[in-house]
Design a protein around this ligand. Sequence first.
Ligand code: AHG
Ligand code: MN
Ligand code: MN
Length: 325
Amino acid sequence: MTSSSSHLTLKEFCDSNYKGSETYDGLETVLYGIASGAKNLESQIRNGNLLGMLGATGDMNIQGEIVQQLDAISSDTFVQEFKDSKQVAMVGCEEIEHPVTFGDSDQHKFIVLMDPLDGSSNIDVAVSIGSIFGIWKREPSTPLNADLLLRPGAEQIGAVYVVYGSCTVLVIATEGTVNEFTMNPKDGEFYLTSANLKYPDKTPYYSVNDGNTAKWIDGIVEAVDQLREGRSQRYIGSLVADFHRNIIKGGVFLYTADTKNTVGRLRLMYEANPLGYVSVQAGGAVSNGIENILDIKPVELHQRVPLIIGNKMLVEQIIETVKKT
Ligand code: AHG
Ligand code: MN
Ligand code: MN
């Protein structure tokens, strides 16, 4: 067993990869903010049942979904971290109807879109949940308005996610590379545990909500039948945790449009785009069935999208099958 002292800390990693670089300078401060928020939330999630912090707030969010106490706590935690970083100009968040604006100085050079707590239905049942962040650059002097958030996923300069699972991992993707850090609960530090993650060639898993079968078009029924051949189904119901398993072990996740979710269920700006960016940097793909999701020109902060994400060959196989059926 190796001790955490033999692994690079997040700070050591950022110092050698981002500090002083033209594109990424300042990103380290945003990443430390995410790490600090994640560490804080990790402890609240672990103790939520004892602290009476599980269950709903009684409010509905802009999506018409019930807001859990931890949804609200996560949203407030990361909003505060980004404000304090003094590097983030604006944040768009699943739990907040309109963008939150922090400052328009030249130092405020990043824009973040986030799902602060992904997998809300798993909060109360001790199952993995997570947080998702897409990061875009703001050109100096660009005025702050809601349109500034509506940029294609391909323009992200980085994306990050956290999984609060059997251990807590923080995964950071920037151009061409994906790196996984694991939190040591003893000191709250994140240590580099997998450098330059890529999807394995083998694909033992597929992730889909089988309960939607009767609502799928024939092409998706056929595509999922093909996936079943020689693969195991794994569906956690927390996109970020399903995604993480598939990137490490090999597989694909799909939540396509159906007769109930006619435009898809998952959100473009803070679920599909950030995880799509990670997927592509790890050698995988992301599609809405017609085009690369990262090429979509967004029209609305909270818009939904059909999502097929994971191993490139499987994403292409699903698209081909739908086309032929
Ligand atoms: P959120 O908790 O941020 O609202 O996201 C929940 C999403 C996603 O994490 C998951 O894959 C999906 O909802 C599950 O939906 P179903 O319950 O319809 O399968
Ligand atoms: Mn989510
Ligand atoms: Mn959420």
